[in-house]
Design a protein around this ligand. Structure first.
Ligand SMILES: *[C@@H]1O[C@H](CO)[C@@H](O)[C@H](O)[C@H]1NC(C)=O
Ligand SMILES: *[C@@H]1O[C@H](CO)[C@@H](O)[C@H](O)[C@H]1NC(C)=O
Length: 148
């Protein structure tokens, strides 16, 4: 019981903020924003990517002690290359945005930046979670039952 309360105190604040998208809601917004087929990447790939990177939660951040960068938002976009958080060494900010803009309920900037990411040669393979969880798999369940 004590342990449960303690876990609650530790983890509830992390869950309290941010919009958690419903799977089909996210699929519809991605489609409306031209992600279905962008650079040949089908919609189900994007939904799968968001599932395993953030569990569809726009406010997730993860610090990488390896290079002192942080991953931000629904697509876990990295501050070393793509956005500016003012604290990442040798950061590039190729999307030309503040990393905070990747944590808002409105994911329009996250989408624009994700499109920029896949215009690089590594494409969607830039995301480790996509390689581990989505690449080469049958992804039809990620958009199954969605009114698109
Ligand atoms: C999200 O923001 C963009 C501009 O940044 C705007 O065009 C769009 O209407 C907004 N979407 C919603 C659902 O508010
Ligand atoms: C993918 O899975 C769905 C069911 O979830 C199935 O209907 C479909 O035939 C499968 N596609 C392939 C290429 O295996």
């Amino acid at each position: 019981m004590k342990v449960l309360i303690l876990l609650g105190l530790v983890f509830l604040p992390m869950l309290a903020h941010g919009k958690v998208y419903e799977r089909c809601e996210l699929a519809r917004i991605l489609k409306q924003n031209g992600m279905d087929g962008y650079r040949g990447i089908s919609l189900a790939n994007w939904v799968c990517l968001a599932k395993w990177e953030s569990n569809y939660n726009t406010r997730v951040t993860n610090y990488n002690s390896r290079d002192r960068s942080t991953d931000y938002g629904i697509f876990q976009i990295n501050s070393r290359y793509w956005c500016n958080d003012g604290k990442t060494p040798r950061a590039v900010n190729a999307c030309g945005i503040s990393c905070r803009d990747l944590l808002t309920d409105n994911i329009s900037k996250a989408i624009t930046c994700a499109k920029r990411v896949v215009r690089d040669p590594s494409g969607i393979r830039a995301w480790v979670a996509w390689r581990n969880r989505c690449q080469g798999k049958n992804l039809s369940s990620y958009i199954q039952g969605c009114r698109l």
